[in-house]
Design a protein. Structure first.
Length: 205
C-alpha cells in the first residue's frame, strides 16, 4: 500500500497494530479522523493518554479501576464470600452484563500456557491463594474458557487450595468447548453461572 504522506502512513501502521484491524480498515479510520474537527481528534488523543497514564488495577481483584479499589470490590451489596475467577477484564464485563452474579472477581491476567512460556507465577494466582488462606472466601467459581489452557489453570489452582475448606465450582458447559467467555451471549453465560457445578464433577466429564 503506497502512501503520499509519511504522517498518514505512520498513523495507519499504528492503528493496524490493534487486534482485528487490517491495513484497509486502519486507513479508513485514519482518513475518518483526518476529516473530523481538530478538537474531536484532540479529545480522542487526550482520552487515550489519560487512560494509559492514570488507569489503575484494583489491589483486591486486579480489575481495571480509576481508584485503588474498584467499584465492584467496594460495593457493600456484593457477596465477598463468593469469588469468580476469570482470565481477564473482558470476562468481568461479560459476566457483569448478565446481571446474574453478585459476588466478587479475581482476574488472573491470562492462563497457564507452557507453550507460550506462561507459568503460574506469571499470573495473579499467588494473590488468589492468599484470599483462600484468609478464610473469607467460601466459594471459588472457575469461569475460565473451556480450552486446554483454561482447564490446566483451573486444575492447578484447585490442587493448590484443595486442603482448605472452600467450595470450588465451575460454570456449566453451556459455553461450547474452546469458546472464549467474552463471545458468549448474555443468556447462555448467565445460565452457566447460575447452574455452576462442583469442580470435582467436571474432572470426571
Amino acid at each position: 500500500m503506497e502512501f503520499s504522506s509519511k504522517l498518514l502512513e505512520n498513523v495507519v501502521y499504528e492503528i493496524s497494530q490493534l487486534p482485528g484491524i487490517g491495513k484497509r480498515t486502519s486507513l479508513r479510520l485514519a482518513l475518518h479522523l483526518l476529516r473530523q474537527p481538530q478538537e474531536q481528534t484532540q479529545k480522542l488523543s487526550e482520552a487515550l493518554q489519560k487512560m494509559r497514564n492514570e488507569i489503575k488495577f484494583c489491589k483486591n481483584c486486579h480489575n481495571i479501576s480509576d481508584v485503588e479499589v474498584c467499584e465492584i470490590c467496594s460495593n457493600p451489596n456484593r457477596n465477598e464470600e463468593i469469588v469468580c475467577v476469570v482470565e481477564d477484564i473482558r470476562d468481568v464485563l461479560a459476566i457483569e452484563n448478565t446481571s446474574q452474579f453478585r459476588g466478587l472477581y479475581h482476574v488472573l491476567g491470562g492462563k497457564i500456557s507452557p507453550m507460550d512460556g506462561i507459568g503460574p507465577n506469571d499470573l495473579n494466582i499467588p494473590t488468589l491463594i492468599e484470599k483462600v488462606k484468609s478464610g473469607k472466601v467460601k466459594e471459588l467459581i472457575f469461569a475460565l474458557s473451556s480450552t486446554m489452557e483454561g482447564d490446566t489453570t483451573n486444575f492447578y489452582i484447585f490442587k493448590q487450595i484443595e486442603t482448605y475448606k472452600i467450595i470450588t465450582t465451575t460454570i456449566a458447559r453451556g459455553i461450547a468447548v474452546g469458546d472464549e467467555l467474552e463471545f458468549a451471549d448474555e443468556v447462555t453465560l448467565g445460565r452457566s453461572i447460575l447452574n455452576r457445578i462442583p469442580f470435582e464433577n467436571s474432572l470426571k466429564i
